[in-house]
Design a protein around this ligand. Sequence first.
Ligand code: HEM
Length: 220
Amino acid sequence: MAKNRLIKRYSASERINHWVVAACFILLAFSGLAFFYPSFFWFSQIFGTPQMARIVHPFVGVIMFVGFFVQFFRYVSRNFINKSDIKWAFSVKKVIKGEHMPNVGKYNAGQKVMFWVMTLSMIILVVTGVMMWQPYFANEFSIPLRRVAILLHAWFALILIASIIVHVYAAIWVKGTIRAMTEGVVTEKWAESHHPLWYQEVIEGSDKTVANITKKNNVE
Ligand code: HEM
């Protein structure tokens, strides 16, 4: 059987959902860094004026939170860590060199850990964000509590920014991955070499969610 067919990995609605979250993240990261450190103040221009950035930042945060949690419920069942993920983590050096690829399902251990870091960061960012949101909610919380909220908000924003840099780098590093989130498809070769267990499911027709082989490029 020829192996240059395309396999569907994400539906259009999944891709729109992902890119809305990603766009919100970029707006929030730049405006947030502008509030965080004087040298980055000019980043507030991303919303036109610093005043506008201060008003809009929390609303965009709520949109990102809702968008991310739609993603969360879409992918959570695929992101529980299992025994073969531990094996993957121990052989990660070989994986990077392309020498060895233990059995991997739809997501590898690195992607799963990233998923849980994103989830934790999102929850902490939205809770602490609401606690410091003037003029709506902040006055409901004591000053010491708001100080803790500000500290946690800054820390988890930095953790999320660092994690997303790794997420984007990994997507570019593994050739053929970006296409999954832009066109919704990957090559059969990509699936077989990076996510062999998922590939097997697709071939056997057991991934009912998105997986099917597209007719486009079908050379059988
Ligand atoms: C800004 C640039 C971004 C790029 C280029 C990017 C790229 C990608 C790509 C290519 C995939 C597919 C990976 C695969 O199927 O193996 C993916 C999946 C995913 N992305 Fe992004 N992404 C970006 C931002 C974000 C942000 C800001 C978030 C959330 C905070 C996010 C959350 C996710 C999630 C939850 C998945 C599903 C896979 C998983 O559970 O790991 N992405 N991304």
